[in-house]
Design a protein around this ligand. Structure first.
Ligand code: SF4
Ligand code: SF4
Ligand code: SF4
Length: 349
């Protein structure tokens, strides 16, 4: 363990952690734009700089490790002045579209400009302007709002393991690009949307959630019905209707990761083709019935088959779209109530 002093208070942390991790563990809020605890440190935005006694320059706390006896100031006058300057530079080269931006209300750049009192960029001159990439059905890229934090590049490479995007150009012309600068979904991108979650600004947007303000939705945690992995996420519900999905970092199975199905395919929920009542075939036609009538029919037919032909004449096939708990109960019913081991699952393949 290492003992250091942070803002005048002694703290003890594990050797080898960064100053940023030490601060967060001890309830000290150091702002960041390019840091994500799931990704390798990048040290690009420099907002996490802190003052370390004995060090001539300010130190990027996301990359610098704690040392025994270190004395750190996370919000000194010099630190605050530097953060304001960085935010001013970023916001000067930015569309300043907060009033109508889809990200407004959950944008980290907006929050930090508010925290450090940046109302408008004081550097006047050329501002980057890119065409919006919106050809695919689920995702919109507005590179004019990109602050080059590189989170999308790292999440795509390190977590999605796809490397569909990377930095290109230098200086003012730096940008995040796809292979040959094609639209995002052209070849390699899986449209998994991990980069949307990682992006701190409105540069990457989930199209399904466009037109929905973050404060208008109720978030309801649930388990994805698409496969047996059991990912959790938050359904975004507006006026009683599911309008989109956002990952929940506390999900034990998947954290912020979701596949393209879980993240986007909400259309079946309100589809007129969806079965919402049991259907029983009567005189060759499917007819809507009550659950009680349907279950009574299933039970009597299963009993009849068991009595006439024995337990092993019955087999049960379960679904990867049910939860583990549902599948457990199903195999229990087949074994205990029907008395057969003929039970299988569509995900066996
Ligand atoms: S990305 Fe953030 S800072 Fe930029 S216009 Fe949108 S809300 Fe404002
Ligand atoms: S959607 Fe997924 S695969 Fe495509 S660029 Fe983003 S992280 Fe990479
Ligand atoms: S698109 Fe978003 S996540 Fe990617 S570098 Fe730009 S601001 Fe960062």
């Amino acid at each position: 363990m290492v003992t250091l002093t942070m803002n005048g208070k002694k703290i003890i942390v594990e050797d080898g952690v960064s100053i940023l991790e030490a601060a967060r563990e001890n309830g000290v809020d150091i702002p960041t734009l390019c840091y994500d605890k799931e990704l390798s440190p990048f040290g690009g935005c420099r907002l996490c700089v802190v003052e370390v006694e004995g060090s001539k320059n300010l130190v990027a706390s996301c990359s610098a490790k704690v040392k025994e006896g270190m004395v750190v100031y996370t919000e000194s006058e010099r630190v605050v002045k530097t953060r304001r300057e960085i935010l001013d530079l970023l916001y000067s080269n930015h569309p300043q579209d907060c009033l109508t931006c889809e990200k407004s209300g959950e944008c980290q750049l907006q929050d930090l400009c508010y925290r450090y009192g940046i109302k408008e960029g004081s550097y006047k001159g050329e501002v980057k302007k890119y065409a919006i990439d919106s050809l695919n059905p689920v995702m919109e890229r507005d590179q004019s709002k990109c602050i080059l934090c590189g989170k999308c590049v790292r999440v795509c490479k390190e977590i999605q393991v796809t490397s569909a995007i990377d930095f290109s150009g230098r200086g003012f012309k730096s940008k995040i690009t796809t292979g040959f600068d094609n639209p995002i979904d052209y070849k390699n991108c899986r449209l998994c949307g991990q980069c949307i979650t990682a992006c701190p600004t409105g540069a990457l947007i989930n199209k399904q959630l466009k037109g929905t303000r973050p404060w208008e939705v109720e978030k309801v945690r649930t388990t994805c019905p698409f496969c047996g992995t059991g990912c959790n996420f938050d359904l975004n519900v507006k006026d009683g209707k599911v309008v989109g999905v956002t990952p929940n970092p506390d999900s034990p199975v998947n954290g912020n990761s979701l596949c393209v199905k879980g993240r986007y395919h909400i259309d079946f929920i309100n589809s007129p083709d969806r079965l919402t009542k049991p259907l029983i075939k009567k005189n060759g036609e499917f007819v809507e019935s009550s659950w009680e009538e349907a279950m009574t029919l299933v039970v009597s037919n299963l009993k009849k088959a068991k009595e006439e032909y024995g337990s092993d004449s019955v087999a049960g096939l379960s679904s990867a779209r049910c939860t583990n708990e549902d599948n457990f109960v199903f195999q229990k019913m087949m074994r205990a109530a029907i008395g057969t081991n003929n039970v299988d699952h569509c995900a066996r393949t």
